[in-house]
Design a protein around this ligand. Structure first.
Ligand code: VGL
Ligand code: ZN
Length: 208
């Protein structure tokens, strides 16, 4: 089974959202083409889904500003603007994304005490989401990952896919992803490659 995992293609990470990724919305038409013509058996999406008091929000740390670093669950944590609050428009998928095609949606980041960049588990690795179990039950053997943001949720999801789904071929679709920080993106792509994740483009996939 071949699965496509779309990471956090939500209003909050697109221009006009609360934590916009530069040109984040540019990946939506690419994602729709991959959904339609990428040859996938399964389409899975993650959704950043925070309570209003989430500990990754600078607003929860007196005196802190967005993009400062603090400590959360014992680890350094970048503090973000309030974003992707449960039930808010910021948390909704981009309106042009073909959500009708989704077979499974994995929400994450619901525990206020820890962030969850990865769609597979919290940053402290104490709690897993249901995603790895779902993909195992579906006997997924190939997993292509793309979305927002390359240097955060896409990277951590891809690394966890490698670790938690042994034997599954994991690929990053680079042009169907966008990042927050250009240097962070370069480093994230090297780290993914070093961990056995193939870097591919949507053109290669759509041409097959
Ligand atoms: C993300 C920062 C905070 C992401 C989510 O989707 O990459 N980044 N929450
Ligand atoms: Zn978040």
């Amino acid at each position: 089974m071949k699965a496509l995992l779309l990471i956090d293609l939500q209003n909050g990470f697109c221009p006009g959202g609360n934590l916009p990724v530069p040109a984040g919305d540019a990946v939506v038409p690419i994602a729709n083409r991959l959904i339609e013509d990428g040859g996938y058996d399964l389409i899975v999406a993650s959704q950043d889904w925070h309570p209003a008091n989430h500990g990754s929000f600078a607003s929860q740390h007196p005196g802190a500003k967005p993009f400062d670093t603090a400590t959360l669950s014992g680890k350094p944590q970048v503090l973000w603007p309030d974003h992707c609050m449960q039930e808010s428009p910021d948390a909704e998928f981009h309106p042009e994304l073909n959500t009708d095609a989704f077979d499974y949606v994995q929400q994450k980041g619901e525990n206020p005490a820890v962030d969850s960049y990865s769609a597979f588990r919290d940053n402290d690795h104490a709690a897993v989401t249901g995603l790895a179990g779902y993909l195992r039950a579906q006997q997924v053997s190939e997993l292509d990952i793309c979305g927002l943001a390359t240097d955060y949720c896409v990277k951590f999801s891809a690394l966890d896919a490698r670790e938690m789904l042994p034997g599954v071929q994991v690929r990053l679709i680079e042009d169907a992803s966008r990042g927050i920080d250009p240097q962070g993106v370069t480093a994230a792509i090297s780290e993914m490659r070093d961990n056995g994740i193939a870097i591919v483009t949507s053109r290669e996939i759509l041409a097959d």
